[in-house]
Design a protein around this ligand. Structure first.
Ligand code: HEM
Length: 535
């Protein structure tokens, strides 16, 4: 038989299998007495995302918009019952008030799927998560951030020197923000987490940079593996498949496990995350009491998160190995460079397009610079900058690099809804929290497509509905790296605006959109701006 014909028959068969799953899932929803999108529309949406015709965040937003007035929508999922949360009250309930019922993220991404990704903090569950979160939390307190501030300042200086050099050579700098900021964030995360200088900013041909670009690449092979895991899990496990490619695993094994051993043997100390992981592993790292209180300097930070106290119920439960700590190093690295890179891109674009906002920010930068009297900006001075925080908050609202998170329900639970109904949740149900959609809902943010940092001014921020602004998630499971990301982005923006302005140029896109993808937040058109010297 013709090879093409076989492929067509296999595709039809797989399509039918998927459709059958949809039908089965929706038969379940009929008893709930709620409106939901029919099997055919959901199937179409799912296929569009998987064939990379649309970005998943836009598809979710479409669904979110079609069900105005409904606090929660039953949605299709391949494995268990799944819902899309539309009401910030529910967000608060499941992430904070009744956190103990909703401790875990969707458990689908587990050790069976990938030994490394299944052990990252995001994937760990129940007491294992509690225990690891407790171990890791001290790494991200303000005192440790201050320790890493110097490391990041060095990377910032490299960035500025590199662009000044470019300006001297060519008279102007047309900056491809994705490229430039990802070189900066790889250098930053490399020095802060892995403890070695990446040199990606200054070395155009950096091998490390080429390698890191491929770390999170979702290629056809990865999609096939994910589908196989979803539809034929036993076969996937039998074939010993992994999502993380071997070269990525080996890189982190050498950079973390081997380095930890070397440092241990030779008594080497460096002020980086590996060192903190080594201390954490031995139980030598604790949050000082005063660090539980919100740091005075951080009170002006609207987007900074408070660390919750989460204690594992069974303290002796875990036998962590070096590989478990390697998984945490990996996620700090992987989560650290892409998210902050996106934040920097969208902020830069918004500043170039909104000259009045940029000028106001430059005025604040200049005020701080004159108070510094020629010295480098400090951690405290940076965190007291209110307008810088407002600008970052608004960029995170409009284009939060993590547009979706979720919680899994762990037992039967009556979810009381604002429309007076009760949704009877079952153990295993997934509640998706569409961060991007909520941030763009005019009910919570008037004129949501307008870039308006004033929403976060002292006068107006009080009117933001609790649970509607969640760029880093919410509750005890909130992003552990938020302080690091904010510090890194603010530090670079401060130092750039000290010397340059961002200008729209011929290559700057008129508007920006997300690239079609089923997992990634990536911009369709590269953000390009001109850097103009302020002298
Ligand atoms: C602008 C930058 C970032 C954004 C917008 C962001 C956003 C998020 C969100 C929305 C979550 C899920 C929270 C929830 O479910 O409630 C999360 C979790 C997480 N993030 Fe981030 N993140 C950023 C940067 C970082 C950085 C720099 C790191 C590490 C250095 C990091 C490490 C993590 C980890 C480990 C988790 C899992 C936490 C847990 O399950 O306990 N993130 N992040």
């Amino acid at each position: 038989m013709d090879f093409m014909l076989i492929i067509i028959w296999i595709s039809i068969f797989l399509g039918w299998l998927v459709y059958r799953k949809f039908r089965k899932a929706f038969d379940e929803y009929d008893s709930l007495g709620m409106r939901y999108e029919g099997a055919y529309e959901s199937y179409k949406g799912f296929v569009n995302i998987f064939l990379m015709r649309e970005n998943f965040l836009y598809a979710i937003m479409d669904q979110y918009d079609r069900f105005k007035g409904q606090p929660i929508i039953p949605v299709f999922s391949l494995s268990q019952r799944s819902f899309l949360v539309r009401d910030p009250e529910i967000v608060k309930k499941i992430t904070i008030k009744d956190f103990d019922v909703f401790v875990n993220h969707d458990k689908n991404f587990n050790e069976d799927m990938d030994t490394m990704q299944g052990n990252i903090l995001f994937s760990l569950t129940d007491d294992k998560w509690r225990n690891m979160r407790n171990i890791l939390s001290p790494i991200f307190t303000s005192s440790k951030m201050k320790m890493m501030f110097g490391i990041l300042s060095d990377c910032t200086n490299d960035f500025i020197e590199h662009n000044e050099e470019e300006m001297r050579k060519s008279g102007k700098v047309i900056m491809n923000c994705k490229e430039s900021f990802s070189r900066f964030t790889v250098d930053g995360i490399c020095s802060a987490v892995l403890g070695f200088k990446g040199d990606c900013i200054k070395n155009e041909d950096s091998e490390l940079y080429k390698f890191t670009k491929g770390i999170q690449k979702v290629d056809t092979m990865t999609i096939i593996k994910i589908l196989l895991f979803m539809f034929a899990r036993k076969l996937y496990v039998l074939m010993k498949l992994q999502i993380t490619r071997k070269e990525v695993y080996d890189f982190f094994y050498n950079a973390i496990v081997k380095v930890m051993k070397e440092r241990e043997q030779n008594g080497i100390f460096r002020p980086d995350v590996i060192q903190l992981l080594m201390q954490a592993k031995k139980g030598q790292l604790e949050i000082q009491d005063k660090e539980h209180e919100v740091n005075e300097a951080e009170l002006s930070n609207f987007s900074a998160n408070i660390e919750y106290d989460v204690k594992a119920k069974n303290k002796k439960l875990t036998n962590w190995t070096d590989e478990h700590f390697m998984a945490q190093g990996f996620i700090f690295f992987a989560a650290g460079f892409d998210t902050t890179n996106i934040l920097l891109q969208v902020t830069t674009y918004s500043l170039a397009k909104n000259k009045d906002v940029q000028q106001k920010l430059i005025d604040e930068v200049d005020e701080v610079v004159s108070a510094l009297d020629g010295s480098q900006v400090t951690y405290e001075a940076l965190h007291k900058m209110k307008y810088l925080d407002m600008v970052i908050c608004e960029a995170l609202r409009m284009w939060s690099p993590a547009g979706l998170t979720n919680r899994e329900c762990s037992k039967d639970y009556d979810l009381k809804l604002s429309d007076g109904n009760t949704l009877k949740l079952r153990s295993g149900d997934i509640l998706n929290i569409p961060i991007y959609s909520i941030h763009h809902d005019p009910k919570y943010f008037e004129d949501p497509e307008k870039f308006d940092p004033e929403r976060f001014s002292d006068e107006r921020k009080g009117s933001i509905v609790d649970g509607s602004y969640i760029p880093f998630g919410s509750g005890p499971r909130v992003c552990i790296g938020s302080r690091f990301a904010l510090m890194e982005a603010k530090l670079l923006l401060f130092n750039i605006l000290r010397k340059f302005t961002f200008e729209v140029c011929a290559e700057t896109p008129e508007k920006f959109d997300l690239k079609p993808s089923f997992a990634n937040f990536d911009l369709k058109q590269p953000v390009v701006v001109e850097l103009k010297s302020r002298n």
